[in-house]
Design a protein around this ligand. Structure first.
Ligand SMILES: CCCCCCCCCC/C=C\CCCCC/C=C/C(=O)SCCNC(=O)CCNC(=O)[C@H](O)C(C)(C)COP(=O)(O)OP(=O)(O)OC[C@H]1O[C@@H](n2cnc3c(N)ncnc32)[C@H](O)[C@@H]1OP(=O)(O)O
Ligand code: FAD
Length: 627
């Protein structure tokens, strides 16, 4: 029935002020107001339609993305949107595009690694989109091992230029988003060679395509790497391949904040750590953590609403069957994900603060917190993206068969999100970085150095003080266990930031109580999952473990009547969710039925191909049957 809210009874059960929770989720009243305004702007504009995305062939899909990106830019300028509003617009348009890499990596790379003079030259062009850039680091042969990159940038003192070259097939740049078909420029990572000496990997601004006719410049071979996983999804992006054949660029196009090459060909390093060349990755990892809660909450919103609509078994005296959300098994799969969405929201806020703090310290030449910032961004990126990708898939299963339909919104959401476990650092490779940081900390505790920040707790673990460890010895052999330790460390950060959030003043009737329940679900479900470890190490007795499980079940019951309101607080429009199962009004069945008839296969009653391939079979069967 149109216009009826099938979830109205569920909404009436809420024991807290949903509007106040919306503010907590958005971060502030101001953020909520901007979100509401921009979300409506996008939803009301047919140019941002996306319900046909999974059905479009690649070329059409890609052209459509180009159209949307150009239109979004036009609207940003017409409406004079601020950076914050433009970024919200990109969020609600909800289509991965070359612009993500231009704004998200190309510009930050120039800002972070370019000198003031370089920034003055390149940033105004990039801000006006008079040049479009990408981040060309990964090669066919190496992604994780950045120091293994093979592209060379050889200084030619006669012409005061670098010669950028791809010496092998495996040195071809491979994967950069926006590179395949759109970017005019790339921040390209290459080994700096001066006078035969290899100075390691550095960033260079290289023009790839003509600003007149968009054709590749001499010496450049460039194209798209082909279709990726899923329909629609990440195929709106032109991930590219790029080869250089002795391409010359002026010396001043090496990004020279961290190290410089003089006119005479002298290599000089600033006082800043060379790891700042990796700074763009730290920035983007932080952004990815902030985004994880958005993707997870979206899937959880769909699965929660549908679980309240869907009924199976349990009818008494001809009454309605049981809502599947009332099954404890459904709750034990769904509610920890709901709790994780909130937990990731708060840890994302904290990480943004940490990143800003580190950047301010770097400005003042204080590099002391850089290793911790690297460990936190790498570890939390790994944890939150893994849980989110697995969580989206779990939400699909929680929706039963209908979750497998593209109209549920979940298959595309999974396909577009799952590469986050790989890009910006493979999740295991990143956890190994955290493990290395933890082992270094243990070795420093042994020398009497007190750990601070997110590792302060290690100083309170008695037996660690007696440990003497060499970071390398046994590291590879024990790396699988060390990765588990790294995950546990990151989970501890998430839990402690959730608890810190609860210590703040949180207005709104019942809001804090709901967040306390979610926080409990978050840590108790982790405790439940890893109870074997806790029991084996005697951190818990079997009795405590059983009590914790009782408490977890009690919290599921506490959250149950509030579940719909807790996902309403994410404040997602139907346009943004793009899911029949997750509709705000819960009017699922008529809309599923209606959508099926819109599928291109149903445009004709007899399908194309029937006469060639089906009818001959049927005729043959008829003949056999007569025999
Ligand atoms: C139109 C309107 C507006 C629109 C707005 C749009 C906004 C968009 C926002 C977009 C946000 C997101 C977009 C996402 C798109 C993503 C697309 C994907 C991009 C990519 O994937 S880019 C490529 C990423 N590649 C990687 O991540 C590679 C992973 N590998 C590495 O990071 C490293 O090489 C390594 C860490 C594995 C290195 O290991 P190792 O060889 O041991 O290291 P070394 O190089 O020798 O260095 C050792 C020491 O350095 C420390 N270290 C390492 N990394 C860092 C770091 N990043 N920061 C600080 N320190 C670092 C390391 O710990 C060692 O220290 P130690 O010697 O132990 O003290
Ligand atoms: C959708 C998408 C977009 C991307 N966009 C960009 C972009 O814009 N710009 C760009 O430069 N790159 C981009 N990339 C590339 C991306 O950054 C790399 O793919 C990523 O860093 C992983 O590197 P890899 O492919 O070399 O994986 P590999 O390192 O080859 O990983 C293969 C396997 O080996 C394991 N492994 C690797 N090293 C170790 C180790 N030391 N110890 C234990 N196990 C290990 C990994 O865990 C993994 O299981 C993108 C990738 C994707 C999928």
């Amino acid at each position: 029935m149109e216009g009826v809210d099938h979830l109205a009874d569920e909404r009436k059960k809420a024991e807290f002020n949903v509007e106040a929770m919306k503010i907590v989720w958005a971060g502030s009243q101001h953020n909520l107001e901007v979100s509401n305004r921009i979300s409506k702007l996008v939803a009301d504009d047919p140019a941002f339609r996306k319900d046909d995305r999974t059905m479009l062939p690649r070329k059409e899909l890609f052209k459509n993305t180009l159209r949307k990106a150009a239109y979004a830019w036009k609207r940003i300028n017409e409406l004079r949107l601020s950076e914050e509003e433009a970024s919200k617009l990109r969020f609600y348009v909800d289509e991965t595009a070359y612009t993500d890499l231009h704004w998200g990596m190309f510009i930050p790379a120039i800002k972070g690694q370019g000198t003031d003079e370089q920034q003055r030259k390149w940033l105004p062009l990039a801000y006006k989109m008079q040049i479009i850039g990408c981040y060309a680091q990964t090669e066919l042969g190496h992604g994780s091992n950045v120091q293994g990159l093979e592209t060379t940038a050889t200084f030619d003192p006669h012409t005061d230029e670098f010669v950028i070259h791809s010496p092998t097939l495996t040195s071809s740049k491979w994967w950069p988003g926006g590179l395949g078909k759109v970017s005019t420029h790339a921040v390209t990572y290459a080994r700096l060679i001066i006078d035969g000496k290899d100075h390691g990997v550095h960033g260079f601004i290289v023009q790839l395509r003509s600003l007149e006719d968009h054709r590749p410049l001499p010496g450049i071979t460039v194209g798209d790497i082909g279709m990726k996983f899923g329909n629609g999804a990440y195929n709106t992006m032109d991930n590219g391949v790029l080869r250089f054949d002795h391409v010359r660029i002026p010396r001043n196009q090496m990004l020279m904040k961290v190290s410089q090459v003089t006119r005479e060909g002298k290599y000089k390093q600033s006082d800043v750590p060379r790891q700042l060349v990796y700074g763009t990755m730290v920035y983007v990892r932080q952004r990815i953590v902030a985004d994880a809660s958005c993707y997870l909450s979206r899937a959880v919103c769909i699965a929660t609403r549908y679980s309240a609509v869907r009924r199976q078994f349990g009818s008494q005296n001809g009454g309605p069957e049981t809502q599947v959300i009332d099954y404890k098994t459904q709750q034990s799969r769904l509610f920890p994900l709901l709790a994780s969405a909130y937990a990731f929201r708060f840890v994302g806020e904290w990480l943004e603060w940490l990143y800003t703090d580190v950047m301010q310290r770097l400005q003042a030449n204080d590099f002391s917190t850089l290793p911790e910032a690297h460990a936190c961004t790498a570890g939390l990126k790994s944890l939150t993206t893994s849980v989110t990708a697995d969580g989206i898939e779990e939400c699909r299963k929680l929706c039963g068969g209908h979750g497998y339909l593209c109209t549920s919104g979940l298959p595309e959401l999974f396909a577009v999100y799952v590469p986050a476990c790989t890009y910006e650092g493979d999740n295991i490779v990143l956890l190994l970085q955290v493990a290395r940081f933890l082992m270094k900390t243990v070795s420093q505790i042994g020398t009497g150095k007190q750990p601070v920040g997110t590792i302060a707790y290690m100083g309170r673990i008695e037996h660690l003080m007696q440990c003497r460890c060499n970071v390398q010895r046994g590291f590879a052999e024990l790396s699988a266990d060390l990765v588990e330790a790294a995950v546990a460390h990151c989970q501890l950060i998430v839990v402690s930031k959730f608890i810190e959030k609860l210590q703040q003043d949180i207005p709104g009737e019942g809001v804090k109580q709901q967040l306390e329940a979610l926080c409990g679900i978050y840590y108790l479900s982790l405790l439940h999952k890893h109870q074997g470890d806790f029991l084996a190490t005697s951190y818990l007795t079997p009795k405590q473990s059983a009590l914790a499980n009782d408490q977890l079940r009690a919290l599921y019951s506490k959250v149950r009547p509030n579940a719909i309101a807790l996902v309403d607080a994410f404040n997602y429009s139907d346009h943004f969710l793009s899911s029949i199962l997750g509709r705000y009004d819960g009017n699922v069945y008529p809309k599923l039925y209606e959508a099926a008839w819109k599928d291109p296969l149903n445009e004709s009653v007899v399908p194309d191909g029937y006469h060639e391939y089906v009818r001959p079979l049927l005729k043959q069967q008829l003949h056999t049957a007569r025999l």
